[in-house]
Design a protein around this ligand. Structure first.
Ligand SMILES: Cc1ncc(C[n+]2csc(CCOP(=O)(O)OP(=O)(O)O)c2C)c(N)n1
Ligand SMILES: [Mg+2]
Length: 662
């Protein structure tokens, strides 16, 4: 056949041309084998990259092996070109132990530091921001690396795409954003996905160089991306590339292509990247029949051999201890005490000191947030930080919570700790997806720590209405893989923040705004740490156990001032995940009564779980039903009278007295 695609070899060596060919042939032969296995019922569905191999292969060959690539679900060619052993891939797809996720995730949903590949999570968009973080790390470390990240044209409609490109442009990060425009996102054609001519044109809007490349022409992909990557290494900056291609098979194997017009299929079938290139290479005498037979035999043999290894591997053993142990990266807490004098400081100063001393201790720790640099943050916690640590480490961000959480994840992948300041805890909803789906699940899925602290200025009683007053810890205590800290006193705030930053796992660190300037305490001047999972028994008594955290602890203390005769154990939980159940149980076994005060509205909050735990563990010691006291089931209102009614302060007093009388 005559090649339909026009190739210009641009002086590429025979060796490179052959490699390009062999690297495209391998994923094609793997998929052809998989089609047979699918029909035999031996494997499950997957997302076919047939017809799109030139993009994955060309981009991967243009990058250096130490540069990260973040592929999508159709990019088998990235993995094979990086020489990931096939049996490991096959085992991964079958959920077996030799895969990359111990059977915990499927298909290409994994990363590997060894091959510098960071696979997607199902949500598609988040990895674009993760690429920003990896690129930021290489820029800060002056590594001159390019980070390549893939998305389909469907994925470009997600907010993550916009946020990630904007951040990369504002910060001039060396990211190669690769859009594989294959005409469809599941059954949705491009005409229903976006309303511009070329996605590459979007580069202009982000202030970013962009290119449109024929994604089926391997020489064009390889030579252009090589030139662009070289240029990015010299002058770090983001570049957007739209690769025009077509999805020849269904969205997933076995789902069909009925909705695709036949003439479109026929037109693109002529542009098959592998067949065209093969004809061209034969025409140019770069390969011949013997070469082809030799290489095909070698690849087919490799595929069969590795398939056998994977098929012969035992199904994974379900081991409960391993499952639970892998949710978090092991962290050996080191208790650091401080011999320095103490100073009477406010809650807000304690946070600021902890942050500052951690910045000094970890000299590549980055903090990111809106208005945190010269302005010092809306609560002035990072005032003076730019002067002390510079703007590279104290980073103002655009208003894009998702991309910044994702950037923090990328930094962690590249070995850098970070702290993200949410301007108000309420706004974390705009960064919710990467927190609960990326950060929380990363270590469990593929052993990659998310070494990130998210600071959450939260809480009501400040007359700030529904969007600046929430205490939304329950959104996170529900999600395995996140640690949740919620101090009530300056001393705890400083020590626990230092631990949060040391801990390589994702920590949501709640700081009640109402405490910032109203609570003072003597706090050691120098650096110290406090352990997670240890509640503080701040007062002991016999009649009742009172459990709370954050501002609630102060409401309890205020209330008990009025009743000096009440003999109560007061437990300040300090951390909610891990939760110090032992201190709770010991106390309830002694007093026989428990009341839990939670600032958030009642249903689904941690008070309910604590109550259930007490019922399960201490039932025979109880002299009364466990009582939960919390805010009412409405959003938090603005007007003082309404907010007072919403918050549980007064109800707590009534319920405490009732329970004592029970
Ligand atoms: C947030 C989210 N919404 C929807 C889906 C379901 N989904 C998975 S892939 C896909 C189509 C993606 O299209 P595109 O980005 O063009 O990539 P392609 O499959 O064409 O390579 C959809 C809708 C998802 N995984 N995540
Ligand atoms: Mg698509």
């Amino acid at each position: 056949m005559q090649p339909y695609i026009k190739y210009y070899a641009n002086g590429l060596s025979t060796d490179i041309l052959r490699q390009l060919y062999a690297n495209m042939l391998k994923p094609r032969l793997i998929e052809e084998k998989m089609l047979v296995l699918l029909r035999q019922g031996k494997i499950s569905k997957w997302f076919s990259g047939i017809g799109q191999e030139a993009i994955a292969v060309g981009v991967t060959m243009a990058l250096h092996p130490e540069e990260y690539i973040l592929p999508m679900h159709r990019n088998l060619g990235v993995f094979t070109t990086r020489n990931v052993p096939l049996y490991k891939l096959f085992s991964q797809w079958q959920g077996k132990a030799s895969g990359f996720t111990k059977g915990r995730d499927r298909s290409f949903h994994f990363g590997t530091q060894y091959y510098k590949i960071v696979g997607m999570i199902s949500h598609l968009g988040p990895q674009l921001g993760v690429a920003d973080g990896i690129a930021l790390a290489s820029k800060l470390k002056s590594k001159k690396h390019v980070t390549a990240v893939f998305t389909g044209e469907g994925g470009t409609s997600e907010g993550d795409f916009h946020e990630a490109l904007n951040v990369a442009s504002v910060w001039q990060l060396p990211v190669l954003f690769c859009i594989e425009n294959n005409g469809y996102g599941l059954s949705t054609p491009t005409s229903e996905q976006y309303n511009c001519e070329n996605l590459a044109d979007r580069g202009v809007g982000y202030g970013m160089e962009s290119h449109s490349i024929d994604g089926n022409n391997i020489i064009e992909v390889y030579t252009k991306v090589t030139a662009i990557a070289n240029s990015i290494r010299k002058h770090p900056r983001p570049v957007l590339i739209e690769f025009k291609t077509f999805r020849i098979r269904g969205h997933e194997e076995a789902s069909g292509t009925k909705y695709v017009p036949q003439d479109l299929m026929d037109a693109w079938a002529k542009k098959d990247p592998l067949e065209n290139f093969q004809s061209y290479l034969k025409e140019e005498n770069v390969i011949d029949e013997a070469f082809e037979v030799e290489i095909k035999t070698r690849i087919v043999h490799e595929i069969n051999e590795h398939l056998e290894v994977a098929f012969n591997e035992e199904a994974i053993d379900a081991n409960l201890i391993d499952e639970l142990n892998d949710v978090f990266k092991p962290f050996e807490y080191k208790h650091i005490t401080c011999k320095s004098n103490s100073k009477n400081i406010r809650f807000v100063d304690a946070i600021s000191e902890g942050l500052k001393q951690s910045m000094a201790r970890y000299n590549d720790l980055i903090i990111m947030g809106q208005d945190i640099a010269d302005y010092g943050g809306v609560f002035k916690i990072t005032e003076g930080f730019v002067k002390a640590f510079g703007k590279d480490r104290v980073r103002n961000t655009p208003i894009c919570e998702s991309a910044i959480v994702e950037t923090a994840m990328g930094l962690s992948i590249a070995g850098i700790k970070s702290v993200v300041e949410m301007q108000f805890a309420d706004f974390v909803s705009s960064g919710f997806n990467p927190i609960v789906n990326y950060l929380a699940k990363s270590h469990y899925r593929w052993g990659q720590a998310a070494d990130i602290v998210i600071r959450m200025p939260c809480g009501g009683g400040v007359g700030a209405g529904p969007f600046h007053s929430q205490t939304n810890e329950a959104w996170f205590t529900k999600t395995p893989g996140l640690k949740v800290v919620y101090p009530a006193f300056p001393y705890d705030a400083k020590g626990l923040l230092n631990t949060a930053i040391t801990d390589p796992n994702p920590v949501l660190f709640f700081e009640h705004k109402g405490l910032y300037r109203n609570v003072r305490q003597h706090v050691p001047i120098d650096y110290f740490t406090l352990p997670f999972g240890k509640a503080s028994l701040i007062r002991t008594g016999q009649d009742i156990t009172v459990i709370s955290y954050g501002a609630g602890v102060h409401w309890v203390l205020e209330c008990l001032e009025k009743y000096p005769k009440v003999s109560a154990d007061i437990i300040d939980l300090r951390t909610l995940q891990p939760l110090d159940t032992q201190t709770i149980f010991n106390s309830v076994k002694k007093t026989g009564k428990a009341i839990i005060l939670q600032e958030d509205s009642l249903f689904g909050g941690i008070a309910s779980d604590i109550s259930a735990l007490i019922m399960e563990e201490c039932f025979k010691y109880l002299d009364a039903p466990v009582k939960r006291v919390a805010s009412i089931e409405t959003p938090i209102p603005f007007a003082k009278t309404l907010e007072d009614q919403y918050l549980p302060k007064e109800r707590f007093e009534t319920e405490l007295l009732k329970l004592l009388e029970y």
